[in-house]
Design a protein around this ligand. Structure first.
Ligand SMILES: [Cu+2]
Length: 155
């Protein structure tokens, strides 16, 4: 086999891999409905606690089996720390941070997003099974990072 022939095989393999990856991307985006967390607006980090809806963080029922969780991440805790929602309800997290970048990951679920200063994140999920999930900060945010956690209790 000549060098040119081997190069052509590798070029073909590279093109085939690109097509496979592009196909996987389109399938996950349009076939499975996966997408990045919505960017729901901007907010002044120093004014988070005085700006609706973050002036009243917590869980509220907003419709038929629909709940909204207004969540604030700040070094080094989540407000609220405990989130109770019924199993099978559609839960929308509306969240931001008052200081540095934090992350939100609800263990055992696909809820996983970043809290970026100045940005409001919005993520919708449904917790089908009753149970308790640990909610952790997954972005190193300083000395107390390991203390930054909460719980999502699905009833
Ligand atoms: Cu952290």
């Amino acid at each position: 086999m000549t060098v040119e022939r081997i190069e052509k095989i590798f070029l073909g393999l590279t093109a085939a891999m690109l097509l496979v990856f592009l196909g996987a991307l389109f399938y996950s985006a349009f076939g499975m409905g996966m997408h990045l967390p919505d960017r729901a607006g901007e907010i002044l980090p120093s004014e988070v606690r005085n700006t609706p809806p973050f002036d009243d963080p917590g869980v509220r029922e907003v419709g038929d089996n629909q709940y909204e969780v207004v969540l604030i991440g700040a070094a080094w805790s989540f407000t609220p720390r405990e989130i109770r929602v019924p199993a099978g309800a559609e839960v929308t997290f509306i969240a931001t941070t008052t200081d540095v970048i934090h992350g939100v990951h609800v263990e055992g679920t696909r809820v996983n997003f970043m809290l970026i200063p100045g940005q409001i994140a919005k993520v919708t999920s449904t917790f089908r099974e009753p149970g308790e999930h640990l909610m952790i900060c997954h972005e190193y945010c300083g000395a107390g990072h390991h203390l930054m956690y909460g719980r999502v209790i699905v009833e």
